[in-house]
Design a protein. Structure first.
Length: 369
């Protein structure tokens, strides 16, 4: 009996098992370190180190109102993980911890394009509701967005804040020069921000077009409350109207010169109806800008990191929130370009073009009636 093929197959299986086990160990490490990043952001530990450091554990504990034993352990974990720096040879109580300037961009500066720390808040929000997600898988029902809590809402708003603040009013709108010219040439242009969340995109557009009336709407009441507070802090409360509203009812609030649907279309249970309402809400010559995930044009497996990330959000958050309503398109996070074009055509748009904007995570679509 020739056992060579059986032995070779066994060796292949052993190597596959070893690689996957190592990968899951690495993923566990990453998840644990993201939870520690959540603690550092939520408790103000990174900000204190950035603004006041280098600090000892006792000094950081005093400045942030956190218990010393927890603070000391967190600092040691952060140093071991390489997120903060310290003199490992110094006595524990004398050891000072520093947050490198480059790391502060990632962990503290909310407007920096390198600021990806909000991913940790999103992960924490999912962790708090994952048992409900598992139950939804059994029943086919959904999990309401509000169940994911403040942590997820903060993370989702702030992970998009830098790109909405810097790239939306400049590079993204510059890809539609005729639209920009129209917005600047119209005395009081009207712009709608559908699914505005915490309002960072709404604020950016209001700043970029001082003469514009900007309406932000979102189905989540807590997000609208956050957005109103930010608008007041920014001194723009009198120029921005923020309302809890259904995207499918936008037509009643128009007409608008520009309707933006940023990182939202794939989450809508009735995307075609929402697009149809957006089209009906346009002024003659108005345009809809859709920004959504830059996933592959077709399903392939295994996928790249972006594809893996988007499916990760989909199975834990986006699809469960979409299935709260019935019937639902249940698009999931991975909305490919062909799906956007199909939705646009079904909503009655005459054209749907991909804008020439280079971004690792987002694809921009221009929809014209």
């Amino acid at each position: 009996m020739d056992t060579s093929n059986t032995a070779a197959t066994g060796d292949t299986h052993a190597r596959d098992a070893e690689r996957l086990a190592e990968r899951l160990l690495d993923d566990t490490l990453g998840a644990l370190e993201l939870f520690a990043v959540y603690l550092g952001g939520e408790l103000g530990l990174y900000r204190a180190l950035h603004e006041l450091g280098p600090l000892t554990a006792a000094e950081l504990s005093g400045h942030t109102g956190t218990a010393l034993r927890y603070t000391a352990e967190w600092l040691e974990q952060q140093a071991v993980a390489g997120l903060v720096e310290t003199d490992a040879g110094a006595p524990a109580e004398e050891r000072r911890y520093r947050l490198p300037p480059g790391h502060a961009r990632v962990l503290v500066d909310a407007d920096d394009l390198a600021h990806v720390a909000p991913f940790a808040h999103m992960l924490a929000g999912i962790g708090g509701v994952i048992s409900e997600v598992a139950q939804a898988y059994r029943t086919g029902a959904g999990v309401p967005y509000e169940s994911y809590g403040r942590a997820f809402r903060h993370g989702q708003g702030h992970i998009n804040r830098p790109v909405f603040t810097h790239e939306l009013p400049d590079a993204w709108l510059a890809a539609m020069p005729d639209v920009t010219a129209r917005l600047r040439g119209t005395p009081r242009p009207r712009i709608a921000d559908v699914g505005c969340g915490q309002g960072w995109s709404t604020l950016a557009i209001a700043r970029a077009f001082p003469g514009a009336c900007v309406d932000g709407l979102d189905a989540d009441a807590s997000s609208i409350a956050d957005a109103r507070a930010e608008a007041e802090r920014a001194g723009l409360g009198d120029r921005i109207r923020l309302e809890q509203a259904d995207a499918c009812r936008l037509a009643a609030a128009g007409p608008y010169d520009l309707v933006m649907i940023l990182e939202v279309l794939h989450d809508l249970p009735r995307p075609v109806e929402a697009l149809r309402s957006a089209r009906a809400a346009l002024t003659p010559g108005g345009t809809v800008l859709v920004v959504d995930e830059r996933v592959a044009d077709r399903f392939t497996a295994p996928g790249d990191k972006v594809e893996r990330m988007m499916y990760g959000w989909s199975v834990t958050h986006c699809l469960p929130t979409q299935l709260v309503e019935y019937p639902s398109a249940a698009t999931g996070t991975v909305m490919r370009a062909g799906t956007v074009r199909r939705y646009a055509a079904e909503a009655g748009f005459g054209s749907c073009s991909v804008l020439p904007v280079d971004n690792d995570f987002f694809r921009l679509y221009r929809l014209d009636p």
